[in-house]
Design a protein around this ligand. Structure first.
Ligand code: SF4
Length: 701
């Protein structure tokens, strides 16, 4: 192994993984990576604290775990072989051009990722629309927080994961965390919840599992998977019944309360107990704690969002905030704990099928005209909205679908719902091009694999879950043979006849992004690399260089045309798939502390792999006894879409009608072989969080 050269003495940057984007300092190390993570206590979000993923991130810089040169496949089913960049890029450009000529521009697709920097996400969207002319670009963030984003925009007219800084959390009176487990997904954030309790506030956690986060709570509500919508409606019912509605706030700052009230009144406590399994006395306690607190917050994560009713579920929790006057005020509000490192920025700059940079609608004529003027193309040359992520993947290789796909920063062969089917669709493509730093399970299926730089080897911005735009700095040179996605797009654009407009320098790309976003919802016009470095990040919207940035949104007015927040009239409905005689249990999926997303990175880090070496199935002791399953035995979990086998982990932390699997692994234990791609009608989010399964002991002798 050789180590990349390190600059002296150290570089302030950020973790490559989750949306907390912890600050860290990178210095010269002695291991295979040549890098060492040092504490950076002055960055306010994590104050020097890192989880094991962040601490071990330099392991991915070592040459033995990553790609160091392009790979090509000469015939379908043949092996991947090493190639030079010129040959690889010529192959990609020729394949994209041929597909476009033979089948039309929409037969070429682009699939991005929520881990890409803002600059890459921005130029990927521009590449799809200007160079390829395709409507079909979407990204894996559609699988992450799209329901929260849709509900946020519907209620408030604007979507920023948290409309307040994390530092406000300890000062709220009561916080309800729905379907999130930051103690495992972003451990340094737990201190905000601990400080909340130390300050006398109340923490309520809603989760079908008694997670490490639920163990910190004053009250844990443990609904059936899919019960979150009914639970929120039941709480609103009780808040109304107990006279805890903030009538002045509702009258002055909201619209639509009456329809929401009528819907909630049909969800009386006994009915909600039957639907959710949460005892009515716990519902009353939660309603009194939240409704009676002077300030309060509701935070959602993937639990309520990754459902075929995810937008309405989040809307029901927002209704609860609005009815009790807990939005648009200091230390109160609704927020979403975004997942991926650039989950927030990744959705703002144009890699989403229905949006242009600045978080603008692609159907809005004024937005199209503005972005087209920055790009120097006619507005009517820009395509309209394309297919959402799962619909795009489901159509791969079909006569009316995408036949050539450029994929960057994503591993859908493991992370997409119904992943066995998605893998078949990827195999059916005429051309699959994957840009990644490692040979992921999806890259193994590709015709061309392009090795790209990592966080410590390039400059670039991300936007954390607070809407704080931060700067990752290049600390090391990438290995010979590895290139940035910015360079790839520049080279491919030139080969496809577009010279200019695709800068290879990240700061230059960011300055163009600022112009493209100016005047949009996510306005970055006043944010520069210089300011970010000087100010520990800058919160959007920030329309001018002398604007301070916006730490707290909605304090004076909401971002709707009339300035009022909108209630959503939503009612309970079943999940896309409920248990029945053939599949009598709920499956819910999630994350573990030592792995990240599809595991493509973290499964290559020895320390993380040792801590979390493989998948498992959590079962309640009563269920295990009924099925004759002992702890540690292999069990088969079967849904209508597939089968997965993993070791049983027996625990009373889970409901007896539900089993849990983490989704970080490929192969026989791939949890997403089972999950249901039923889509939310508004956000097009698949229903990752629950499906019906049966569980059986695997007889090995
Ligand atoms: Fe990285 Fe998230 Fe861990 Fe912080 S909490 S070190 S950002 S993975």
């Amino acid at each position: 192994l050789t180590s990349p050269p390190a600059p002296a003495p150290a570089t302030d940057t950020h973790c490559p993984y989750c949306s907390l984007q912890c600050g860290m300092r990178l210095g010269r190390g002695t291991g295979a990576s040549g890098a060492e993570v040092l504490e950076r206590p002055d960055f306010p979000v994590n104050r020097g604290a890192l989880c094991g993923k962040g601490r071990t991130a330099p392991a991915l810089l070592a040459r033995d775990v990553r790609l160091t040169g392009p790979l090509l496949r000469d015939r379908p089913g043949g092996p991947l072989r090493s190639a030079g960049w010129a040959e690889a890029l010529d192959r990609v450009a020729a394949g994209l051009a041929r597909t476009r000529a033979e089948h039309g521009a929409d037969a070429v697709g682009v699939f991005g990722g929520g881990g890409l920097t803002n600059e890459k996400a921005y130029l990927l969207g521009k590449f799809a629309r200007v160079v390829l002319g395709t409507a079909n670009i979407d990204y894996n963030g559609r699988f992450c927080m799209s329901s929260a984003a849709a509900a946020h925009r519907r209620a408030f007219g604007l979507d920023r994961g948290l409309p307040f800084p994390l530092a406000d959390i300890p000062h709220t009176g009561c916080l309800i965390l729905v379907g999130g487990n930051p103690a495992e997904t972003m451990p340094p954030a737990v201190r905000y919840f601990r400080e909340l309790r130390e300050n006398g506030g109340t923490l309520i956690v809603v989760d079908p599992r008694r997670t490490r986060t639920a163990e910190l709570a004053d009250l844990h509500l443990q609904p059936r998977p899919g019960g979150d919508l009914a639970l929120a409606l039941g709480l609103l019912h009780l808040v109304i019944a107990e006279g805890l509605v903030d009538k002045d706030f509702v009258a002055e700052r909201t619209t639509g309360f009456e329809a929401a009230r009528e819907a909630a009144m049909a969800h009386w406590p006994d009915r909600v107990e039957r639907i959710t399994g949460v005892p009515a006395h716990q519902l009353r306690e939660a309603a009194r704690l939240f409704g009676g607190a002077g300030t309060g917050m509701v935070l959602t994560a993937r639990g309520p969002e990754q459902q075929s009713k995810g937008t309405d579920t989040v809307g029901a929790w927002i209704n609860l905030c609005l009815a009790t006057g807990k939005a648009g005020r200091p230390y109160s509000g609704y927020g979403c704990l975004t997942g991926q490192g650039n989950g927030q920025g990744g959705r703002e700059h144009g890699q989403k099928a229905d949006q242009l940079p600045g978080y603008r609608s692609i159907e809005d004529p004024a937005a199209r005209a503005h972005v087209a003027s920055v790009w120097g193309v006619p507005a009517d040359s820009l395509p309209g909205a394309g297919k959402s992520a799962y619909e795009l993947l489901d159509g791969l290789g079909r006569p009316d679908g995408v036949r050539a796909l450029l994929l960057a920063g994503s591993n859908p062969a493991v992370s997409a719902p119904n992943a066995g089917h998605v893998t078949e669709r990827l195999r059916a493509l005429d051309l699959l091009v994957v840009a990644d730093m490692v040979l992921s399970e999806t890259a193994r299926l590709a015709d061309v694999v392009l090795p790209v730089t990592q966080w410590a080897e390039e400059d670039g911005t991300t936007t954390n879950l607070e809407g704080r735009v931060i700067l990752r700095r290049r600390a090391f040179d990438p290995p010979e043979g590895v290139r940035s996605e910015l360079w790839l797009l520049h080279e491919l654009a030139a080969r496809l006849g577009v010279t200019g407009g695709f800068p290879t320098d990240a700061e230059e790309a960011f300055d163009e992004l600022r112009r493209a976003s100016a005047g949009g919802d996510a306005d970055y016009a006043g944010i520069s690399y210089r300011r970010i470095a000087a100010e520990d990040g800058v919160f959007w919207p920030c329309p001018a260089e002398d604007h301070p940035g916006t730490r707290r949104l909605f304090l004076d007015r909401f971002a709707t045309p009339d300035g009022r927040a909108r209630f959503a009239a939503v009612t309970h409905r079943p999940a896309g798939e409920e248990p029945d005689d053939a599949y009598p249990l709920y499956l819910t999926t999630g994350r573990v502390l030592a792995q990240y997303q599809s595991g493509a990175q973290t499964r290559r880090v020895a320390e993380l792999n040792a801590a979390a070496p493989g998948p498992f199935v959590e079962l309640h002791p009563r269920l295990a006894e009924r099925l004759g399953i002992a702890d540690g035995e292999p069990v088969a979990v079967t849904s209508r879409r597939g089968r997965a086998v993993a070791a049983a982990r027996i625990t009373d932390a889970i409901r007896a009608d539900t089993v849990f699997m983490p989704f970080h692994w490929p192969g026989a234990g791939r949890a997403n072989s089972l999950t249901n791609p039923a889509l939310d009608p508004v956000s097009r989010m698949p229903e990752f969080k629950l499906c019906a399964v049966r569980v059986e002991r695997v007889v090995t002798d």
